[in-house]
Design a binder for this molecule. Structure first.
Ligand code: ZN
Length: 78
């Protein structure tokens, strides 16, 4: 079976941003595998370029894209 679309770029340093058709939302996919939905393109880039800050690879984004209110760990500097 032949793929209908060319393979998406993957690997280190590759970010992907998907426009979710029919919505105003953007799905950002980091090269580490983390995904998150945004409405503001500026927030998309802030998040992607802030890698690995706040990235949780393999964590699925819940429908609606509501941001989990999990406290962020603050490791003390050694
Ligand atoms: Zn990342």
């Amino acid at each position: 079976m032949k793929a209908l679309h060319p393979a998406a770029l993957t690997g280190d340093g590759i970010f992907r941003i998907h426009w979710l058709l029919g919505t105003d939302r953007l799905l950002a996919v980091c090269h580490c595998g983390a995904e998150r939905q945004f409405e503001d393109p500026e927030e998309v880039w802030d998040w992607l370029l802030g890698h690995p800050e706040d990235h949780h690879p393999g964590t699925a984004v819940e429908p609606g894209g509501s941001r989990p209110t999990r406290p962020r760990p603050h490791p003390a500097p050694a």
